[in-house]
Design a protein around this ligand. Structure first.
Ligand code: NZQ
Ligand code: ZN
Length: 388
């Protein structure tokens, strides 16, 4: 295994009823709370009423920060930071999926920093030598795993760059995770979030080193669990067992544990983020389109791992096949699963403009951890193969 340092500062409260049970005590000491949320789903499913009731009961001054969009923008971060400063907010409570959580991590930094956080912490890595505004999260959708890391992916609409950084200081102080809160997530988002979980695991699994590594064993268990429970949640969206497994899979994929001793790839994420910057496409949907095609480009350079994936995750049998044939069957099974659950399979479906593919490809970051490092020409080829 490669050397590593591990720490995760977020305290997790998981299970049915956890918000009711713990939110009061977790917000103790904060007089003014910035209640941040997305486009209003929490007002329809009753989560807003439950949370506002608890905060009012505890005599908090609540400042609302609504309207955080999917693929949150830097302008929205600045709006939140101003609100937090103007109202002397003591704590941010982010209630939502990855977009709300990510936006609020950036707000927690911007509220305590006078300079331009985009330039000094996102475009260039920065040093956080001050205390960001405390942040707690209530997770309402499984997918990004943002609740247990310091990652925050922000889109700058002016420069057309969507990029993320992971600062341990931005880990939420606490994460409340009630799987019943995810019952109302629409199928399209549930499957795209589910694929995002799978993608986080695959982007880590398909990277060096390949020798006996407990992280790879954990990842195979997680991938099988995601596939099984996503199918179960599609059959019955209120299946608590399925939703709770997916919720924890999502955290496990991005709480840094499986990355220990691994180089990690995340080339598909780099490509999807730029597709998102240009098309505002859904994150998990973009990943679903890219993964099978990307893997057909790189599998020969990581053949033993692709064979292992085929055999251990998709139960492909040898039956006298060559390693290449087994590996390709594994990638084919992944592509079939994407179709089976109803995710898009072409960039055209995501609304990408063919004439912009080169510009988007040229703007993508290049990962160092891939079995086969990309260049911008090959990324363009992948985009073209994905187009229709
Ligand atoms: O905005 P509202 O009205 O709340 O509706 C949301 C949104 O439309 C809806 N939703 C969430 N919980 C719901 C619900 N609808 C009904 N009932 C509920 N309980 O779901 C839609 C999508 O929400 P969003 O937060 O945008 O999705 P997701 O969790 O997939 O987050 C995507 C963002 O996270 C970034 C992505 O790039 C993208 O910007 N990522 C963050 C990562 C991290 N911090 O570690 C890692 C990821 O790889 C990813 O890049
Ligand atoms: Zn992702």
């Amino acid at each position: 295994m490669n050397n590593f340092i591990f720490q995760n500062a977020t305290k997790v409260y998981f299970g049915k009823g956890c918000v009711k049970e713990y939110l009061t005590c977790l917000t103790q000491g904060a007089k003014t709370v910035l209640l941040a949320y997305g486009g209003g789903s929490i007002k329809k499913n009753g989560i807003y009423d439950e949370i506002i009731g608890i905060l009012k009961e505890a005599d908090k001054t609540v400042v609302e920060f609504p309207g955080i969009m999917s693929n949150p923008t830097y302008a929205k971060v600045q709006e939140g930071a101003k609100l937090a400063r103007d109202n002397y907010v003591d704590m941010i409570l982010a209630v939502g999926g990855g977009s709300t959580m990510d936006c609020c991590k950036a707000v927690s930094l911007a509220a305590r920093y006078d300079g331009d956080i985009w330039e000094n912490f996102w475009i260039h890595p920065g040093v956080i030598d001050f205390e960001p505004l405390p942040l707690g999260v209530v997770v309402t959708a499984a997918g990004t795993g943002s609740e247990c890391n310091g990652g925050s992916v922000i889109t700058n609409e002016d420069t057309k760059i969507k990029t993320g950084r992971d600062y341990p200081q931005l880990n939420p102080r606490f994460a409340l995770m009630d799987p019943t809160y995810t019952f109302s997530v629409p199928k399209k988002q549930m499957i795209s979030g589910g694929f995002d979980i799978l993608s986080h695991i695959m982007e880590t699994y398909f990277s060096q080193p390949n020798e006996n590594n407990v992280s790879d064993d954990i990842m195979e268990a997680l991938m099988k669990n995601v596939i099984h429970n996503l199918r179960a949640a599609i059959r019955n969206p209120k299946d608590y067992t399925a939703r709770s497994n997916l919720m924890w899979d999502s955290t496990m994929a991005e709480n840094r544990i499986i990355k220990m001793g691994k180089k990690c790839d995340f080339q598909c994420h780099n490509m999807e983020h730029q597709l998102g910057a240009y098309t505002n496409c859904n994150h998990g949907c973009g990943l679903a389109v890219l993964h099978p095609v990307y893997y057909r480009h790189i599998y020969k350079k990581g053949l033993p791992k692709f064979v292992r994936f085929a055999e251990n995750v998709w139960r492909i049998t040898r039956d006298g096949k060559t390693d290449e044939e087994v590996a390709l069957e594994g990638i084919h099974s992944l592509a079939n699963f994407i179709k089976e659950i109803g995710l898009p399979t072409t960039l055209k479906e995501l609304g990408a403009d063919k004439s912009q593919l080169k510009e988007i490809a040229d703007s993508c970051g290049i990962s160092q951890g891939s079995y086969k490092p990309m260049n911008h020409e090959e990324i363009l080829t992948i985009f073209q193969e994905c187009y229709e």
